[in-house]
Every structure is written in C-alpha cells, then in structure tokens.
Design a protein around this ligand. Structure first.
Ligand SMILES: Cc1ncc(COP(=O)(O)O)c(C=O)c1O
Length: 373
C-alpha cells in the first residue's frame, strides 16, 4: 500500500461514516460564525486598518518577535490588553490555537500534572500532547472530580504543581464553568489555572472583559482571550504574570520559531479592544437575541443554555448533517458538528447567535427547524 493509498482509504472511511468534511463558502443567514457582536465587518475596524495602511504600516512583520519581527504595534497592543484586562502581562499570538498550544506545551513542567475538563478544546489537547507534564481529564464542569483527581495524584507522592484547565464558556455546549469554585480549588491545593475565555471575551462581563475577569492579575492564572471571535479580528492574547509571559518568550518554541503576526492585525485588535469596552449596546442587543432564541426554540423541546451558543443535540451523525443541509437549503447557515469535534453519539446543530441576523430571522429559523424536525 502506498502512502497515497492510505490517505485515500482513510478519506473513504470518513465518507462511509458520514464524517467527511468539505470547505464551503459562507452562504445564508449567519447562525454559525463566532462573530457574536458583528464586529468582523464593522466600519470602525475597517477604518483602523485603512488609517494604519495609509500611515505606511508594513503588512508583514518580517520575522520572529525575537528577531526583526517585533513591531511597536505588537507591544502597543499588549500594553493596551494588559491595561484593559488588568493583567500584569499580555502576549499576542497569531491564533488561539497557536496560543493554547504554546501555553500548554511550555508552562507545565516535568513532575507537574494537567487536570483538564473533558470537553476542553482541541488546541489545549495539542499543547498537552507536546507537554512534559502528563494530563488527565475530569468530568465536564465537575470541580469535585478535579479535586479528587488532584488528591489521588498527591496521595501517590507527587510533589509537582497541578494545573487546572477549563473553558469559561464551552464552544460546542454553551455551558459556563463554575469559575469561582475552580479558583477556590486552586487556592486550596496550590494549583495553577489555565482559563480559556475564547467564547466569553467581548460578550460577557463588564466591558466585555470576559467571565474570568476577576482572576486577572492573580499570579496563578493564565487566561486566553481570542481575537477572532467576538473581537471580530484574529489572533489571541495570553494574559498572565510578567514572569510567565517572559518564560513563554524565552522558552516557548511556538513563539520563538514563528513569524510574528502582521502589525496591521495588532492595530485592528487594539481598536477592537476599545470598541468592545464601549459596546454595552451591542451586548444588550445580543442578550435580546439570545432571549428571543430561547422563546422560539422552547416549543421545539430545545432547552436554552442561556448563552449565545445553543446546541441542538441530535445524536446521529447522518441525521444531523441532513437537517443542517435542509436548513442551509432554506437559507440558514447552520452547521452540523460531528465527532471527533464532539463526543460520539452527541452530533449536533450548533446554533451561534450573533448580531449578523435580526430577531425576525431567529423566528424564521425556529419555524424552519420545527418543520424539518
Ligand atoms: C475554546 C477555544 N479555544 C481556542 C480556540 C482557538 O482559537 P482560534 O480560532 O483563534 O485559533 C477555539 C477556536 O474555535 C476555541 O473554541
């Protein structure tokens, strides 16, 4: 069997299992993007980019941040982010995936152990795969299970640092983490916290600082704020103590050996931070959308998560994709999500509620879904 045979057969297996994926251009009403506040196409961010380019800003960074790629725009963004999120330091990476991979693979050391929520994002898994520290999952949002796992580890004589990793708002489930309980557990057992705010930042908390804003500034907490979702741009900010930021710069292979993100993106993200700080009107409107979705989906037996991420769990892969296709045919961009993105047997429609649609469109979607189901 040649190498290409292997790849063709594997793709055929995916097709047989209804798990083959294809790239498709966006079409129809947006119920699938993470552009929750509708900022991706906002005039303010467009103007920030235009002004920067007109002012002669280079598009490319030209190298690693540790070589010639460290533009003033990166540092200005990081200073602004640290101020906004009230963290000691901030480090800008080209994507949340790269940032999580960097954090999980660089910070925990041999002798430590990472205890993570079973539903944590693939990028955290990628980092854990590369980490010197072994890892172990605990049941979703179960703080007691995390505490038990740490206790069992300690009882075996482990004296390293436990790292507790969770998302504040789960990307495929829309559930919120018991953040204060995890922080109390960290205090009790001397653990570090790895907190992924990808889907909360911009939308949740005062001025859109996220659900875990109260933890910023703690020496034991590292937070990920992605910039490609509610911030409407791309990249990610790692918020941490100055020491851990310095450690990532000096020891993080994904930081050292990678070309810095475009300074233009740094400028736009910085502008986006200013926009979200003043975006209570957008957050209020989105809350109205979420309430509307709750009201019109309830008669279909769909229980609201109370957040802008609303899964409709159908279970069967093929049925999920058929229903998603039927909604798409009616002009609604709803995507089916299958394993391995979600656990086996939990294929679902992931309804993302954004300001890119109006309330009438939410009503229309619910009506179409009711008919199709
Ligand atoms: C929870 C979570 N963390 C990290 C990421 C990765 O962020 P990015 O899309 O910026 O690479 C995602 C992306 O979907 C995510 O949902």
């Amino acid at each position: 069997m040649t190498l290409i045979d292997f790849h063709s057969r594997d793709l055929e297996r995916l097709r047989q299992a209804d798990r083959h994926r294809e790239l498709r251009a966006p079409a129809g009403h947006d119920f699938s993007s993470n552009d929750y506040l509708g900022l991706a196409s906002s005039d303010v961010l467009r103007a920030a980019a235009r002004d920067a380019l007109d002012g002669g800003l280079a598009l490319g960074s030209g190298g690693s941040r540790l070589l010639r790629g460290n533009a003033p725009e990166h540092e200005e963004l990081e200073a602004e982010a640290a101020r906004f999120f009230t963290s000691e330091g901030a480090l800008f990476l080209g994507s949340g995936y790269a940032a999580n991979t960097l954090v999980f693979s660089t910070l925990p050391q041999a002798g430590d152990r990472i205890f993570h929520d079973e539903l944590i994002h693939a990028s955290a898994h990628e980092g854990m795969r590369l980490s010197r520290a072994p890892s172990e999952a605990f049941a979703h949002n179960d703080v007691d299970a995390a505490a038990d796992a740490i206790e069992r580890w300690r009882a075996k004589g482990a004296c390293g640092t436990p790292w507790i990793a969770f998302e504040t708002l789960y990307s495929m489930d829309g559930t919120e983490a018991p953040i204060a309980d995890f922080a109390a557990l960290a205090d009790r057992v001397g653990a570090m916290l790895l907190v992924d705010e990808a889907h909360a930042v911009g939308v949740c908390g005062a001025q859109g600082r996220g659900l875990a804003a109260a933890l910023h500034g703690r020496d034991d907490t590292v937070t990920l704020a992605t910039c490609g979702k509610a911030l409407g741009c791309e990249g990610a900010l790692i918020l941490s103590s100055a020491i851990l930021g310095d450690f990532l710069i000096n020891r993080g292979r994904g930081f050292i050996f990678s070309t810095a993100p475009s300074p233009l993106i740094a400028v736009v993200v910085r502008e986006s931070l200013k926009v979200i700080a003043r975006a209570d009107d957008r957050r209020e409107k989105l809350r109205g959308h979420v309430d509307r979705a709750e009201r019109v989906l309830k008669p279909l037996g769909i229980t609201s998560t109370g957040s802008h991420i609303q899964p409709v769990i159908l279970g069967d892969d093929a049925r999920t994709m058929r229903i998603a296709a039927a909604l798409q045919a009616r002009g609604f961009d709803v995507r089916g999500i299958r394993p391995p993105t979600v656990p086996n047997g939990t294929s679902r429609l992931r309804l993302s509620i954004t300001l890119n649609v109006g309330e009438q469109t939410i009503d229309d979607l619910a009506a179409a879904l009711g008919e199709i189901l």
